[in-house]
Ligand binder design. Structure first.
Ligand code: FAD
Ligand code: SIN
Length: 549
């Protein structure tokens, strides 16, 4: 570690530059200075890869009640209904704001009206109406573009790329008396190789999900669960981590890393098939290939095990080639680059870890259980998704909660800043001599989670996983304090903690519900509907009724 440590002070510290962090930063910038900390290039985020779009009620054939009903149905009894209603109802207004910032959603011509245009609404699993606003199949990229342009135009916001938040700074950790609160974060500046103390009168976690904890995922490398692990270490309530969503259709190709085939392909008529054997989803759900995600992912897993095949097929060849190429240009081109012409041949697909439904527990204003700390987006558990997220509801949740949190913060007196914070202590740390420890442990965590804590779980497999992850945690902890901090080490430690939180939560839920399927408890337990799994560091794990106000 070279150079001096240093300190940067802002009114608002935002960790993460996906849809949640950027849209919140734009709002709070009305009241003060904002630092946006982000691990890599500012656009690199799960948001940037979102394909399907944003679910919101914008058509006369749709209604808030229907969107709420579909969300509750997918959530398998565990959603917090008032939160669902609030987010669904406030969606259209937030979408209008996004459009005002320059976001362009795909439109289509209204039949029989040569001059008339309307939004081209997509459909995905579990939605009973067409309600997904999208920009062809690159919705997330276009959202990031629009938000980052607005950020660049805002003199109150400074973006710090290649900066890795290491840990939250709390008054308790500083040994200060009074109520424990978050006052900032220690952040590794990767290029300068130094740890900077960032302070904020309010800190926002918008660090996204943890797909990288699994061997196969649709998520980019940034998704290592850092926010969850930091919040856990700081003492926040972490809820419902057992509910990991596996997307049914990730491209299966030896050279393709994490490429999603959007559910919108099935929304436009794509059919899942066993290679050489035809359709199979009719055996599992009346909605067939467009059944909710948990059902489809489990069905594919089961058919792959039954037939011994390493993948299933997604067939959209019956649609006109021009339609497919125009509606899904990114998917068409990417598959073509791997030698698959999706207008003429089936796409080989497999399920992969996609979305974390649990996370840092917040209310619908983004407040966590720790004063001074807000959280928004995939890092949170607001109660919207319950036991299984309805497709395209996450971008919506991030937009609405970013606004609600900002509104709440702007209407409350800001606490005085804490500026007198000691520098990050490197202690006895020296440069690592064996980087293989990091790569080996990284691989072992991801394989253990895939093999033992995947789509179908058993108590025995979960216990095996717990033993292995606990050993790894001990080893990583020792390594962490001995060697100089690096981005790989930060992520490895966080991945191991998140793996442990998922396993503990999964062991506690002795039933099958939504995304959590344990073959030893194959049915839902009616007594556990509306019961969250809550973990807080240093206290015995507990399950408790939904208490998000
Ligand atoms: P992200 O967009 O993931 O942003 C997290 C940010 O935090 C990044 O900038 C990252 O660099 C930063 N960060 C993380 N850790 C640190 C740290 N330690 N220090 C500093 N910065 C850090 N949802 C939908 O609703 N519709 C879709 O169509 C859709 N399609 C998807 C397709 C794919 C391939 C994937 C992976 C997800 C998709 N999702 C979709 C889910 C959705 O994209 C995400 O849930 C959502 O974008 C999360 O937004 P976020 O702002 O919370 O986090
Ligand atoms: C997709 O396009 O299939 C992803 C949608 C989502 O995860 O919400």
């Amino acid at each position: 570690m070279s150079g001096q440590n240093s300190s940067r002070n802002f009114d608002f510290l935002v960790i993460g530059s996906g849809i949640a962090g950027l849209s919140h930063a734009l709002k709070v910038a009305a009241r003060g200075t904002v630092a946006v900390i982000t691990k890599k290039h500012k656009a690199e985020s799960n948001t940037n890869y979102a394909q399907g779009g944003i679910a919101a009620v914008t058509s006369r054939e749709d209604s808030f009640d229907l969107h709420v009903r579909d969300t509750l149905e997918a959530g398998a009894g565990l959603c917090h209904e008032p939160t669902v209603r609030t987010i669904v109802q406030e969606g259209p207004e937030r979408i209008r704001e996004l459009i005002e910032l320059g976001m362009q959603f795909s439109e289509r011509q209204i039949p029989d009206q040569p001059e008339g245009k309307e939004y081209d609404l997509g459909k995905e699993g579990g939605h009973t109406k067409r309600r997904i606003l999208h920009a062809k199949d690159v919705t997330g990229k276009e959202i990031e573009k629009a938000l980052l342009q607005a950020i660049a135009d805002n003199p109150n916001i400074e973006v710090f790329e290649d900066h890795y938040a290491i840990d939250l700074i709390t008054t308790a950790k500083l040994g200060l008396p009074g109520e424990n609160r978050v006052v900032g974060s220690y952040v590794l500046d990767k290029n300068e190789k130094k740890v900077v103390t960032f302070t904020g009168r309010v800190t926002l976690l918008a660090t996204g999900g943890c797909g990288k904890v699994y061997l196969y995922t649709t998520n980019p490398d940034i998704a290592s669960g850092d926010g969850i692990a930091m919040a856990w270490r700081a003492g926040c309530r972490i809820a419902n981590m057992e509910f990991i969503q596996f997307h049914p259709t990730c491209l299966y190709h030896p050279q393709a890393k994490s490429f999603l085939i959007s559910e919108a392909v099935r929304g436009e008529g794509g059919i899942l098939k066993i290679p050489g054997d035809g359709e199979f989803m009719q055996k599992y759900h009346p909605l067939k290939s467009l059944a909710p995600r948990d059902v489809v992912a489990r069905a594919i897993d089961s058919e792959m095990k039954r037939t011994g095949s390493s993948f299933v097929h997604l067939d959209i060849t019956h649609k006109p080639a021009r339609f497919v190429m125009n509606r899904f240009p990114n998917i068409y081109q990417t598959c073509l680059s791997y030698g698959i012409d999706i207008t003429k041949e089936c796409i080989p697909v497999v399920p992969a870890a996609h979305y974390q439904c649990g996370g840092v527990q917040t209310n619908d204003r983004g407040e966590t259980s720790l004063p001074g700390l807000y959280a928004i987006g995939e890092v949170t558990c607001t109660g919207l998704h319950g036991a299984n997220r309805l497709a395209s509801n996450s971008l919506l949740e991030a937009l609405v909660c970013a606004h609600r949190a900002a509104e709440h913060i702007l209407s409350t007196p800001l606490p005085e800043p804490h500026l007198d914070i000691p520098d990050w202590q490197t202690g006895r740390a020296h440069d690592p001599d064996e980087l293989v420890v990091i790569t080996h442990n990284w691989d072992e965590i991801r394989r253990t989670m895939w093999d033992y804590v995947g789509i179908v779980r058993t108590t025995k497999r979960l216990q095996r996983a717990r033993k292995r992850i606990e050993n790894l945690l001990d080893e990583i902890d020792e390594y962490y304090w001995d060697f100089t901090i690096s981005s790989d080490l930060i992520e490895l430690r966080n991945l191991a903690i998140v793996a442990k939180l998922i396993i503990e939560s999964a062991l506690m839920r002795r039933e099958s519900r939504g995304l959590h399927y344990n073959a030893d408890y194959p049915d839902p337990d009616p007594d556990l509907a509306q019961v969250n799994t809550v973990l807080v560091k240093g206290t015995p794990p507990g399950q408790e009724p939904v208490v998000i106000q």
